[in-house]
Design a protein. Structure first.
Length: 264
């Protein structure tokens, strides 16, 4: 957590200085605030606390796309969808799935050998978002420190993927006994720096520290998890707190400044 915070502070400071240097090249120019739709491609390494951390190793990777609309008053309204996953990161797997593991700690495949099952989480998040940009310089009123809030729905589950042989005991409907598919509401908060360039259409980025809270509940009628002592319906709601640094590359679809710099 401390390392991520230090990195974010340094990155935010660097972005601010870079923006100020870029704009002071023409101190007599006062930019115009753009009113335009924006597409953003986002990436974030995620760390987890709570229920997701109890089940999966961190970090996880999150990739997403946002469709946003920026007003002339620097309000931003958007819809974001993202996909997150880990890398063979399920904790306590032999205890959780003890009914299908051998004493040697393997899952037997159709050929009678180790099926080489990888177990990781895979999830999706969809959110409605609203944010505000606070400009740093009059030369570029479209850039500055920004805050954003989001609310939506999330889903997460275990993926059981044999890499060496087929394993019918964890395929199709049998996988649903072990996958802990969960779904529920999500909230998010972001604080960072938003930069839209007056001249170069490809140099539009944002970087922010993001906090996300999830309240997830099982969607399955029957779950087997011997580590948690569950054999049946799981009615508990699980809370997770996820945080990370989000990077985004933005493509403004239209709009221009007072010096006729166009954004497509």
């Amino acid at each position: 957590m401390k390392t991520l915070r230090r990195f974010f502070v340094v990155a935010l400071y660097a972005c601010t200085i870079w923006s100020l240097n870029a704009q002071t090249k023409d101190d007599n120019f006062v930019g115009d605030t753009l009113n335009c739709p924006i597409i953003s491609f986002n990436f974030a390494p995620w760390m987890a606390q709570g229920a997701i951390n109890d089940m999966f190793e961190s970090p996880m990777l999150d990739f997403g796309v946002s469709a946003m609309y920026k007003t002339k008053n620097n309000w931003v309204f958007g819809l974001e969808g993202s996909f997150f996953f880990g890398d063979d990161n399920l904790k306590n797997r032999t205890e959780r799935l003890s009914s299908i593991y051998t004493e040697a700690g393997t899952v037997i495949g159709t050929g009678g050998s180790d099926a080489g099952v990888e177990m990781f989480n895979r999830g999706v998040v969809g959110q409605l978002q609203v944010g505000k940009i606070f400009k740093v310089t009059p030369q570029n009123p479209n850039s500055g420190v920004f805050v954003m809030l989001g609310a939506g729905i999330a889903q997460n589950q275990i993926v059981l993927m044999p890499s060496l042989e087929e394993a019918p005991q964890i395929s199709d409907s049998y996988a649903k006994l072990y996958d802990h598919q969960q779904r529920g509401p999500v909230l998010s908060q972001r604080l960072g720096f938003w930069y839209m360039n007056n001249k170069k259409t490809y140099l539009n980025i944002h970087i922010s520290f993001e906090f996300t809270q999830m309240w997830l509940k099982s969607t399955r009628d029957y779950i087997i998890d011997d580590f948690m002592g569950i054999r049946g319906k799981d009615d508990k709601t699980y809370f997770s707190h996820i945080y990370g640094i989000k990077f985004g590359w933005m493509i403004p679809l239209e709009g221009k400044s007072t010096q006729e710099y166009y954004y497509y």
